[in-house]
Design a binder for this molecule. Structure first.
Ligand SMILES: Nc1ncnc2c1ncn2[C@@H]1O[C@H](COP(=O)(O)OP(=O)(O)OP(=O)(O)O)[C@@H](O)[C@H]1O
Ligand SMILES: [Mg+2]
Length: 332
């Protein structure tokens, strides 16, 4: 889809020779902190901004020659809504329907359908400007779907929403994917990328530093787990016995009675060490997991401070069933 895609603003290199391929039907995530080049990339891919270098195609249409063809099959949800505050929800959708040249007889039914799917039908006659932030975001997505695109670009769809609105929007996005839409989504929430995306490109300072599945990224975190055990006696002579039992992890003696185990699957490490303790007859005084968070992994991959890419508040409220059905339940 993109090859060596580059965007330069005067002397600033915002997007630096990125290459990636989005597969049909997947949610492809662009994860990166503020200013990493996410919006600049989207703007090039949807024809709102010239490429400085490189080439890209969208749905098989080359951006340089066939952008107008591509436009008919893509939907764009910008980071700032493109809808009108002084039009009702319904009128905004009808306006978009006309803009995209939908046949007259289909305009109303399509708008009705989307309002219902997004849980906004009861509010169809209310002004967009009076909508809550979550409802605005939901309607902006609905408007981008009016012409039944095959691919939709979502620029930070949940930024600025509270946990409940963000969750309902994520449910909506998963629903779109289940209907077969290909989704290109940018976010700076690790947890969100993890929940929604089939694959994630990690972006830092205009460069893609890694493209992988969330599972693979998490596996890497797991490999970096660190567990510390204090024993009630000297185990320096038995450490090699323990090492022999640990597959995929490394035991290091910190003190005569203290070890650190790097890597491996934590539950397996605990099992092995407890068994080892029973076998050598030296009890365990304490154990603590120094397991790095996803943020730490991100830091390691990008070399950037995780503050800027914090997962949505660690309150455990983030969530959307990947298998949860339908695009129902709108924001608000
Ligand atoms: N029109 C422009 N003119 C000049 N510089 C720009 C322009 N648009 C973006 N930039 C710069 O390009 C860099 C990347 O910006 P971009 O908006 O693509 O980042 P982003 O990843 O979308 O950030 P955010 O998470 O804040 O939305 C930034 O340094 C930004 O200041
Ligand atoms: Mg942006």
């Amino acid at each position: 889809m993109a090859e060596e895609l580059t965007k330069r603003y005067a002397r600033l290199l915002a997007v630096d020779r990125i290459s990636f391929q989005v597969n049909e039907g997947e949610i492809f995530g662009f994860l990166g902190p503020n200013g990493s080049g996410k919006t600049s990339t989207i703007r090039m891919l949807v024809g709102l901004s010239q490429l400085s270098q490189g080439r890209a195609s969208v749905l098989g249409y080359d951006l340089a020659s066939d952008m107008s063809q591509a436009r008919r099959h893509i939907g764009v949800v910008p980071d700032q809504s493109n809808l009108y505050d002084d039009l009702s929800a319904m009128d905004n959708l009808l306006f978009m329907a006309r803009l995209y040249g939908l046949p007259r007889q289909d305009q109303k039914s399509r708008a009705d359908r989307l309002l219902r799917d997004f849980g906004l039908y009861e509010r169809k006659d209310d002004l967009f400007g009076n909508f809550s932030r979550g409802m605005k975001r939901a309607l902006t997505i609905a408007a981008a779907l009016i012409h039944e695109p095959r691919l939709i670009f979502l620029d930070e769809p949940t930024t600025g929403l509270d946990a409940a609105a963000a969750r309902s929007l994520r449910r909506l996005i998963s629903g779109l994917r289940q209907k077969g839409l290909t989704i290109f989504l940018t976010t700076h929430y690790l947890a969100e990328a993890d929940l929604l995306c089939d694959r994630i490109a990690i972006l830092a300072r205009g460069r893609i530093v890694r493209i992988d599945t969330p599972e693979a990224l998490k596996r890497q975190v797991q490999e970096q787990s660190v567990i510390e055990f204090s024993f009630r006696g000297d185990l320096s002579s038995s450490i090699s016995v323990l090492q022999g039992r640990l597959a995929g992890s490394q035991a290091t003696l910190l003190d005569r009675d203290k070890i650190r185990i790097y890597g491996g699957d934590p539950p397996e490490v605990f099992d092995s060490v407890f068994q080892f303790s029973r076998d050598i007859g030296i009890g365990i005084e304490s154990a603590s997991t120094l397991r790095p968070s996803l943020e730490d992994a991100f830091l390691k991959i990008t070399g950037q401070h995780p503050q800027a890419v914090m997962a949505e508040k660690d309150d455990g409220r983030i969530g959307v069933g990947r298998s949860s059905g339908g695009g129902r339940s709108g924001g608000g």
